[in-house]
Design a protein around this ligand. Structure first.
Ligand code: NAD
Length: 310
């Protein structure tokens, strides 16, 4: 299977590196010249628990001139999804599909607008990575990746992608109810990301104060009402307990939204708390807490002039 990864940041480089190490035909694509140049000249420096490893990886700046592929793995931040989806559509060969493991709600639907819902695979991953600088990433969390088709039944293509990722060291299963998992992760991010970004706390610190626990519970309870109205069965019993448990288990982590705010980069608020607000509007569920959190994060983005239009 010929593949391209569009968005070779922390996660795109991680998946690209594992696939390349397994001998798969993969090219990573980014628009950041220094990063692409570093990977091309010295290889990708992949930090693992056991130490640094240099991985030879095919990297290009933009998709111009790339031959058609069977699978695009799209790993840009949500603010760049539309642009990346247009590039992905131009790159797909006959029968080709796009896989998104991005966080939040709505990326898969944006991609579907350009390639058709039946050609989109969506999912979640418990893998984690951090971009340290041009050509350097650190592999963080590890765990399963779950994938499924956005529209239509899972088929042999899904099984082939899961088998290929698993063989490359990224354990992946085909999931019949992928929507439940995407919402499950969305609800967790809804409780953790905006609050850690606004209060500049590490994840675990949210569980340490009565006030932050209460704020987290308010945001999560609203998201759960929206999920129910959308007909989604969440993959855990007690959502507030689950989100607190994740915050504690990832206690030392800075959430990606906090990292974005500290760097002055656009955040993924629009597809996390903002998605709860949008879905709530559509379904007639009031979401004042998530609306407030969304507006506060957007106001923070405006302060550093880093807000990007979708
Ligand atoms: P990142 O910012 O490290 O990487 C994104 C990359 O996309 C950047 O290198 C950027 O230059 C590139 N890019 C932007 N526009 C582009 C375009 N039009 N074409 C090609 N490249 C483009 O982000 P990340 O941390 O790798 O996250 C990517 C997605 O994965 C996000 O949705 C995030 O929420 C999700 N995710 C991240 C983690 C994690 O641990 N980092 C874990 C699970 C899911």
């Amino acid at each position: 299977m010929k593949m391209a990864v569009i968005g070779a940041g922390a996660m795109g480089s991680l998946f690209g590196a594992y696939l390349a190490k397994a001998g798969e035909a993969v090219t990573v694509v980014d628009i950041w010249p220094d990063h692409v140049a570093a990977i091309r000249s010295q290889g990708l420096v992949l930090g693992e628990e056991t130490g640094d490893e240099v991985v030879r990886l095919d990297a290009v700046l933009g998709t111009d001139g790339l031959a058609p592929v069977d699978l695009v793995i799209l790993f840009v931040k949500a603010t760049a999804t539309r642009q990346a989806a247009i590039a992905a559509a131009a790159l797909l060969g006959p029968g080709g599909r796009v896989l998104t493991l991005q966080n939040g709600l709505g990326n898969a639907e944006v991609i579907a607008e350009t390639v058709g819902g039946e050609n989109v695979l969506v999912g979640t991953t418990a893998q984690g990575a951090t971009l340290l600088g041009p050509g350097r990433i650190r592999h963080g969390g590890r765990g399963e990746t779950h994938i499924g088709r956005l529209s239509g039944d899972n088929d042999a293509f899904c099984a082939q992608v899961a088998a290929m990722l698993s063989k490359a060291g990224l354990p992946t299963v085909v999931e019949p109810d992928v929507r439940s998992l995407v919402w499950g992760k969305l609800v967790i991010n809804t409780g953790i990301n905006a609050l850690t970004a606004l209060l500049r706390l590490r994840n675990g610190q949210l569980a340490e104060q009565a006030e932050t626990r209460q704020l987290l519970a308010l945001a999560v309870e609203e998201a759960v009402l929206v999920a129910r109205a959308a007909g989604v069965q969440l993959p855990y019993e007690d959502p507030v307990e689950k989100v607190l448990a994740v915050a504690v288990a990832t206690g030392q982590n800075q959430s990606s939204m906090l990292q974005d705010v500290l760097r002055g980069s656009p955040t993924e608020i629009a597809v996390i708390n903002g998605a709860i607000v949008r879905e709530g509007e559509r379904l007639g569920v009031a979401t004042p807490v998530n609306r407030t959190l969304t507006l506060l994060v957007q106001a923070l983005e405006n302060q550093s002039g880093n807000r990007k239009a979708e």
